[in-house]
Design a protein around this ligand. Sequence first.
Ligand SMILES: C[S@@+](CC[C@H](N)C(=O)[O-])C[C@H]1O[C@@H](n2cnc3c(N)ncnc32)[C@H](O)[C@@H]1O
Length: 300
Amino acid sequence: MAVRLFEGEEHAKSYWKYRISPSEELIGKVLQFHTRNKHSASDLAVDVGCGSGQGTLESPAEDLPFPDVSVDLVTAMSAFHWFDHSRFLQEADRVLKPHGSLALLNYTMDIQLSYGDCSETLNQICNEFYAALHPFRHPYLGSSSFILYKKTFESLQYPVKEWHDTFWVRKTVPLSGYMGMVQSFSAFQALLKKDPEEARRLSLNIEQRLMTAMDVTSPETEVIMEVKYFYFLAQKPANDLKFAVSHQGAALLQSYGNTCAQKSDKPKQRGVPTAQQRADTSWHLITDIAAKVMHRPPIK
Ligand SMILES: C[S@@+](CC[C@H](N)C(=O)[O-])C[C@H]1O[C@@H](n2cnc3c(N)ncnc32)[C@H](O)[C@@H]1O
């Protein structure tokens, strides 16, 4: 596993209780894409990094327990950014049947709130919350998972593919539910681990200011929470053009990996490869796969 998080009991509980699920409409988009392009009667869908099952076998994304060419749909919801990206893409390509679909989805951290006529003020306070948590973002993630997903999409050589960068999911929740959702983010959990007092102080301050702006006294007051998803859908081609990442794409993934790895000391302890190892791994995977396609030895 590239980075092990979400395994502490408290974090898992808060995750289960507060994390939003993708809407039926969004799940429908993935299934529509898949059935539109589907060529086999049976269906095996694998959700990788399923967590508590919001999106729904947890096994390492880089070593999926399925035979070659056996899966119809591979999805990863809010999880791909934690994986070893190129190893996961290679695994997804290996297990997918021809015409099988790959769906990678995520949402941005800057959740918006609506309540009466004070939504603008609420969102200013929420933005302060996100800014305070930003320094605790895990270095493996780099500055933006949106960029990672977009670059992965662009480098994926599956000819049938779609990029969607704005899909709002709206849900009515108590204010405490919004607070719980943000507290389940890895950045908040990192702050909680480093400085529990500060994490509590920050949460209480934000919650109190939100309630003051709403002119309410109960955190159980309902607000509309709006979450912006971005995602891509791609269909594995039927021909033997096995993978997936062009040399240009490999370079992009390498440089992204380098950026993340350079910012971080900790991932080394967690088994995340160094910048050089990542570059080497990506390159060797890509060249090995290219060689498989072209039936010749890997480029050294
Ligand atoms: C943010 S949670 C998302 C969970 C769920 N898919 C959802 O939408 O709520 C990320 C999940 O990815 C899992 N994960 C992280 N790295 C992984 C890896 N290399 N292989 C498999 N799962 C991984 C974590 O254990 C966690 O369950």
